[in-house]
Design a protein around this ligand. Structure first.
Ligand SMILES: [Zn+2]
Ligand SMILES: [Zn+2]
Length: 357
């Protein structure tokens, strides 16, 4: 018995030593396989017909290793749409195997920096990665023209370098950057259609993010399935009306209890500016309980939290964040992180949650 054990030990040691000696070539071979896989495999080809959501950024302006800046990818009938593009979101899309060259349209909810600071990278990836000859349409309430013009100007020199380096056939100059598509938001509430693409209808409605105005949320309807994305908002009756009976409500939330910890820390450290900011932000976001009230009163089938404030670096803090939510809203709740996917296949009432990353 002892002898067998020592032979086994020797075999294991030899295998480990061999792996150590050849570690570079093993790693190179693994990389070759991963790179080839990433080029060939698109999530868009794998999902069934339906309306699907992937969080390409579940966080806020505050750094959170599990949550990049706000970004919601919507797949409808195999086509890819992106709502907001916060910092890091372009990289999450890549890791989730959502090819940015395939992005049909981008939609912005409002122009707070955390919702647009990944837009330059996203537009570049769509153009250079996809070889597109038309700039990406960027829909948003009035003001989106300034945002898109600013990015186009800031990236103007980069566009020239890349065309000079790779040639017009690889990166057609006409496809660089974005094409702003502003719409006006109904002042008296209600919903306005933004566009139709085949069976997909996308509409917008005003939310309450004062003093930020305009600020909207979006509703996606595709073959009887529906998703509503809140953007940034305090508890909003206009949003609730637009969310009536949707399959999936993707709602932002800020935990006043956890943000109060930050306020107290700033007080203790004597940093008045941070103390003021952490107090100010509470009034223009919804608490998890308020989002749950919206989900209950709009009778939605599933609630997905995103734009999570503050960061939740420890698992028990997720319980604090969600405390009391299940007493308000009886349906299923998902606390989003980068790569959270919710699938709504057409022709069914199924709602399937998975984590891609
Ligand atoms: Zn905002
Ligand atoms: Zn925000």
């Amino acid at each position: 018995m002892k002898r067998i054990a020592s032979v086994l030990l020797i075999v294991v040691l030899i295998a480990a030593a061999t792996a150590f000696v050849f570690r570079k070539s093993i790693a190179m071979r693994m990389m070759e396989r991963v790179v080839a896989g990433n080029l060939q495999v698109s999530l868009l080809d794998e999902v069934e017909d339906g309306l699907h959501v992937v969080l390409c950024g579940a966080g806020s302006p505050l750094p959170d290793v599990e949550r990049s800046g706000p970004c919601v990818a919507v797949i409808a009938g195999g086509k890819l749409y992106v709502v907001d593009s916060g910092a890091g979101s372009s990289r999450v899309l890549a890791r989730a195997r959502l090819p940015q060259g395939e992005i049909e349209r981008v939609l912005l909810t409002h122009f707070h920096s955390d919702h647009i600071d990944g837009l330059g990278e996203l537009m570049l990836q769509r153009w250079a990665g996809g070889g597109r000859s038309e700039p990406v349409p960027v829909h948003g309430p009035t003001g989106v023209e300034r945002v898109v013009a600013g990015f186009n100007q800031a990236y103007g020199q980069d566009f020239v370098y890349r065309v000079a380096h790779h040639g017009e056939d690889t990166v057609p100059p006409s496809g660089a950057g974005g094409d702003a598509r502003p719409f006006s938001v109904p002042a008296d509430g209600g919903v306005t259609q933004v566009f139709r693409d085949g069976d997909l209808e996308v509409s917008a409605f005003a939310v309450d993010h004062a003093p930020v105005s305009p600020a909207v949320g979006y509703r996606f309807d595709y073959k009887g399935r529906s998703v509503l994305i809140s953007g940034d908002t305090a508890k909003s009756s206009n949003l609730q009306a637009a969310a009536d009976g949707v399959d999936l409500l993707v709602h932002e939330a800020l935990s006043p209890e956890l943000v109060a910890v930050m306020t107290r820390a700033a007080q203790t450290a004597g940093i008045k500016r941070i103390e003021k900011i952490t107090v100010d932000i509470v009034d223009y976001h919804a608490s998890p309980i308020e989002a749950a009230e919206i989900a209950r009163d709009a009778a939605v089938d599933h609630l997905l939290f995103y734009h999570i404030v503050p960061p939740l670096p420890l698992a028990p803090l997720e319980q604090v964040f969600l405390e009391g939510v299940d007493e308000v809203y009886p349906g299923p709740v998902t606390l989003g992180r980068d790569g959270t996917m919710i699938r709504l296949p057409s022709g069914s009432t199924e709602i399937e949650v998975s984590e891609l990353l």
